[in-house]
Write a protein that binds this ligand. Structure first.
Ligand code: FAD
Length: 485
């Protein structure tokens, strides 16, 4: 098609994952002339390789765990057996059901979105190419996501390891799995597979798992994973990997000296073998295939650089989601919608700031705002405090026989800067607490939020209530004397 003669679209969206789908839906709602293109299946990472398969797996794992632990609640269950084939089949069924409803492109066509299939590249200032077709658009939204990062370890790429992108293509749930990397993805999958009967070894380079989380909460998660049967090897630097005979993979790591105080003590090498090695070592933004070099779009290692309106350095091009170094489905989706608002009404869109997230372990770890260490680093001259509460002692924790649960509140000069909850239902609760973090509410004031009883959230509110009572004690001499007092 001749690019010069075709009528330009208002907006062209490249990538139909969480970010692109929301952008397309918003553009259609605003009545923009919109075209959207994907080189694969609509739904992207979240539907096909990320959230949906992993959370479907987690749901089966939680059911197995609940059945095994039912005795604590007076319920006797026979031996728990996992129907691995059914677990695996259900994952595909959940994906298919979302693909045929929420992410069904027919629905988008009905909304007025023109759809193209195939890899897109940028052409000139306001064009994209898909196959032989050149499409002009006043604004372009890049929403091309990310791909797994394979660390530079000798032999690792050649050992053909699994990644979260390829894991779900295995014909069945693996029996034995080595996982490299203990961020949220590695940790969630390690626990879920272990609860479902897979022998899991989790290998990571830091002192503790989940390095972005509150250290006490991360340690509690680690204990829970071990109780679930996961072997955890920390402070391990991967130095070599190989695909050895009979489809076995070997990973060799270097560990700290056995006695770090002894200068003679040397680093230790240890090797692990398994049919499957799953690499969960972060993501790499997908922009190379777009031909952005020479387009005036700046990028760093973490992704395409954008301003707070998601505009790239080429102002008519926006970048949202993982390709812009973001990293959660809800952020990708929010930013996709906001970018379109900004295109329709310049200045009206804003990237998400202060985004909560959840690590879907058992129990869940909800994260809103700064950790104590982050607050100390960001505000070295202010009064940074950390409050903690054991949720197993909450009335809900006791009725439900919780074995682990902890809430942490971080304040800066008395205002809430972070809330971190390890507990059942933390994923549902954290969004509400994020609002307290976003408004930097005074901790004392948070006691006026009324949480329904009995929930674990009541216990978080009690941290605030205790602060309020401390305050009341300090000022009680001001309270007018009552007769008889
Ligand atoms: C195992 C795992 C679990 C996760 N769990 C969670 C979770 O619980 N909660 C959460 O919030 N996040 C989670 N995430 C992260 C989440 O999946 C991503 O942050 C989110 O999907 C990113 O959305 P996106 O739209 O930016 O990119 P994607 O969903 O990756 O979409 C990008 C799309 O662009 C297309 N594309 C790429 N290049 C081109 C091109 N040149 N031309 C045309 N099309 C192209 C791709 O085919 C793809 O469809 C998880 C990730 C993984 C791997």
């Amino acid at each position: 098609m001749d690019m010069a003669r075709s009528r330009p679209y208002n907006v062209a969206i490249i990538g139909l994952g969480s970010a692109g789908l929301t952008a397309a839906r918003t553009a259609a709602a605003l009545g923009l002339r919109v075209v959207a293109v994907d080189r694969g299946k609509a739904g992207g990472d979240s539907l096909w390789t990320g959230c949906i398969p992993s959370k479907s797996l987690v749901a089966s794992a939680r059911a197995a765990s609940a059945a095994r632990n039912a005795g604590r609640l007076g319920i006797t269950v026979g031996e728990v057996t996992v129907d691995r084939a059914q677990v695996w089949k259900r994952i595909r069924e959940v994906q298919d059901s979302i693909a045929s409803t929420d992410d069904n492109l027919e629905h988008f066509r009905e909304l007025g979105v023109d759809i193209r299939q195939g890899p897109a590249t940028l052409v000139g200032m306001r064009g994209i190419r898909v196959g032989d077709e050149l499409i002009r658009a006043h604004r372009i939204v890049i929403a091309t996501g990310s791909r797994p990062r394979i660390p530079e370890v000798e032999g690792l790429a050649a050992a053909d390891p699994l990644t979260p992108d390829t894991l779900w293509q295995l014909p069945e749930q693996p029996e034995d799995l080595l996982i490299l990397g203990a961020g949220p993805t590695g940790v969630e999958l390690a626990q879920a597979f272990s609860q479902l009967g897979t022998k899991v070894t989790l290998i990571h380079r830091y002192e503790r798992i989940l390095p972005a989380e509150d250290p006490i909460l991360a340690d509690l998660v680690e204990e829970r994973l071990k109780a679930d049967g996961v072997e955890i090897v920390g402070s391990a630097t991967a130095i070599e990997a190989a695909l050895i005979e009979r489809g076995t993979r070997r990973l060799t790591v270097e560990l700290p000296p056995e006695d770090p105080t002894d200068p003679e003590s040397e680093k230790v090498e240890r090797s692990f073998e398994s049919p499957h090695l799953l690499v969960c070592c972060g993501r790499h933004p997908n922009f190379e295939a777009l031909d952005i070099e020479g387009s005036g779009i700046d990028h760093g290692d973490d992704g395409i650089l954008t301003d707070e309106r998601s505009r790239t350095s080429a102002r008519h091009v926006y970048a949202v989601g993982d390709v812009a170094g973001r990293g959660h489905t809800h952020t990708a989706s929010y930013d996709g919608g906001q970018a379109i608002r900004d295109i329709a009404i310049p200045g009206a869109g804003r990237r998400a700031a202060g985004v909560p997230w959840v690590v879907f372990t058992e129990p869940e770890l909800g994260h809103a705002g700064l950790t104590f260490a982050e607050a100390l680093a960001r505000y070295p001259r202010r009064r940074v405090q950390r409050f903690e509460r054991d949720l197993t002692l909450s009335h809900k924790g006791r009725t439900d026989a919780d074995q682990v649960g902890r809430a942490v509140v971080v304040t800066v000069n008395g205002r809430v800067a972070g809330i971190h909850i390890l507990g059942y239902g933390a994923g549902e609760a954290i969004g509400g607490f994020q609002r307290d973090v976003a408004t930097r509410v005074r901790l004392r004031r948070m006691s006026r939020n009324i949480e329904a009883y009995p929930t674990r959230s009541v216990e978080v509110q009690r941290i605030a209530a205790d602060t309020e009572l401390d305050f009341v004690r300090r000022v009680r001499s001001w309270v007018p004397r009552m007769p008889g007092r």
